[in-house]
Design a protein around this ligand. Sequence first.
Ligand code: F6R
Length: 634
Amino acid sequence: MCGIMGYIGNGNAVPVIIDGLSKLEYRGYDSAGIAIYKPSQEKKQQPLLVDQKGEPETSGSAIIEYEDAYIEIIKKKGRLTEMIEVLGEFPTTSLAIGHTRWATHGVPSDANAHPHTDCSGRIALVHNGIIENYAGLRKQLILEGHDFVSETDTEVMVHLIEKYYNGSLEEAVRKALTYVHGSFAIVVICADEPDKIIAAKKASPMIVGLGEGETFLASDIPAIIGKTKRVYIIEDDEFVVIKSDSVVITDFEGNPIAKEIFEVTWDVEAAEKGGYEHFMLKEIHEQPTALRETLRGNIKNNMIDLSDLGIDDIFTDVEKIYIVACGTAYHAGLVGRTVLEKLARISVETDIASEFRYRDILWNPHSVMMVISQSGETADTLAVLREAKRNGIKVLAVTNVVGSSVAREADRVIYTHAGPEIAVASTKAYSTQLLVMYLLGLHLARVRGTCSPQELAELAEEITHIDELVEQVLTEEDKIKKLAEKYQGVQDTFFLGRGLDYAVAMEGALKLKEISYIHAEAYAAGELKHGPLALIDEGVPVLALITQDNLVEKTMSNIKEVKARGAVVVAICKENLQEACQECDEQILLPNVNPILAPMVSVVPLQIFSYYMAIFRGADVDKPRNLAKSVTVE
Ligand code: F6R
């Protein structure tokens, strides 16, 4: 969602803002803008005295006039490069703020792009989030004589600040904040106070980066990682005044808040493409490394052992686990349900966060809420976490981002250690989330005695080598690319599977639709004939996941049903099941693996297939239309 960047200091703000915004592009956006502080300038002088030839005389004095300092706004619908084109040569200034907008209120347009200014143009503001009560405020401010030029909810905020501005930007912002409801990270500057940037946060991410004689503000760490690794992570209801050499953090009322500096441990390379054409392809290939990182430290005496993570106490009398998440993370949670129920024998309910939060839950007091979120900032997931806590339920977060809202607010955290995931389509975050499900399942199974030591040891052994199996699947890239080339022109696709294969089918279909814009449906293979079979027609590709040894025959019956209606079937099957899948038109073979672990390998061909389908169709793989990496609004 929207990306925010701010800079004040002794360097040139404009290239820093542009660079930061480009690093935030992965969040998804449809327009970009920048507010540049232009210091007071000496006006061009006409010489007072000229000689007969019209040459200036050296004697005589001119009255030097100064143009007022002002804020220049450049903003443009479309990609950042289009805004940069309008900007032209970068001006030099010590202060600027920038924004990439992901439209919520008002279409993507130049006028709706941020920054927004007050009527005088002397105050400029960027915002990530939603001002929920903007309609009433807007009406009131218009009655009071304010001119609105956009359809956004954001614009009310800057007019409110104007209303209360009386020589102190800080006071005006504090006052304005008392009138707004919703979620926001706002960053404000004023032409009359060029020594500071004011920022405030409620439910939308924001960090402050500390440099030498320069200070940064951003929505996320990749925006500033090339400049500094020392950051403050701003929490909800915090108010920040930054200058080039100081940062003061208070609550909205002005009470000081002491905060520790967070040292970022990863580097610029980790957030860059490293020779790959797209972040998505790089992240697909990073999966073996990411899995090794997730596994690190969690094997003791050849057994999966998470005791060092300090999570055991919340599971002592557990009767039920709720797993709640969105999108790909939800799909990891579906695998988690099967894994935890089978291995640890705990009843698990997995649900989508945006649904769960509005259900009237019959909370089991002996339950644990597990939220899964790559970014740790997803609004619906965060809302569920808070609802669970309000009901006295302990929350375990599975997240990739250290210091994210989910990580900070949960009672316990397991980090996925996937490293920064930049492509909007999640790949390595998903596989590391899956791995955490297995680690937790095996750990709880050991603690609860629900699996035999031999079974635990065998699965631990296979998990130790899962990175190698994923590497093996990655070597099939060319074959999968050819398949994508062959099917690039299709309109509709189906993904089928049973049990864990169905969970992976859902993830495969999501990947394909989000980046290639091809219609993709995932169906439980046995459910097909209850309706969707009507959609199967001549030449429709069906990707069938066949990794569950005990369900092969059942799935094959369903495959026969679709083949009989003209579908072309691509089987993603384990080597040992190849024989049973002979009737499929194409086969992508997976290494033999215990069926319960199969999702770890079977998802990889689907990721590669989606990637190349998008490439062949000319889609913007890393930044698919309409989507955002970090979904910080409901
Ligand atoms: C799809 C994808 C999304 C996210 C979802 C949740 O590839 O990335 O479906 O999984 O928006 O995001 P997080 O995990 O950050 O809560």
